[in-house]
Design a protein around this ligand. Sequence first.
Ligand code: G3P
Ligand code: CA
Length: 259
Amino acid sequence: MTDPLVFAHRGASYDLPEHTLAAYLRALDEGADGLECDVRLTRDGHLVCVHDRRLDRTSNGHGLVSARTLAELEALDFGSWHPAAGAGGLDESHTRLLTLERLLDAVLAAGRPVRLLIETKHPSRYRGDVERRLVGLLRRYGLAEPGPDDPVRVTVMSFSPLAVRRIHELAPALPTVLLLEVLPRLLRLGRLPFGCRIAGPGVELVRARPGLVPALRAAGHSVYVWTVNEPEDVELVLAAGVDGVITDRPARMLSRLGR
Ligand code: G3P
Ligand code: CA
């Protein structure tokens, strides 16, 4: 059994404010194989790395991300809410909104192989606009047709089968992950829809369904599990033989793997 890939969930988000450049650079410094980020659209159509629909939890702004322009979001502080702010020493990389373009620039500048998992949020709300703009941006960066030897390899994820299907239609070579909180009927047969190669069950689902990971792998799928932070969850997914672990604490996961 080979060790799973280690993905930093929203960056090294236990230690630093999620979805900030500083959190992603920390994860790369720690040796994470890849990074996970969520993307959603601003009012003027820019892809930004923000998890929540609303601004309130992770910034000093209020209301919907989608109701603000990029310029308005750039004026907000996305870092001071985090406990790390108490220690002081936060600079712009800890507090500034991260656009997907800035994240792609950082990943391409890393100088080593990096896998990037991009999760599209709320596909139904924008009628496919998130996926269209994402694929357009990836094409512009030369990342929509990843080759096995490319240093930066992007995979797109969603809880929405509709979003996964859209990605397959727009960019058939882009690998996708169908994220799962519960087990859809199709998956009881171990099959993912739309040529999707990777399953992304939550760790609670893996715990509740011990046969799930072996069934998916026997059907030829890879399995990336989220969000694996607690030591007992780490042991559970390692014993299950998963292919990828998505964690807020990449350094701790890497240390468990002896890396
Ligand atoms: O990596 C998948 C995981 O991030 C899905 O849950 O809510 O953290 O986006 P959420
Ligand atoms: Ca996510």
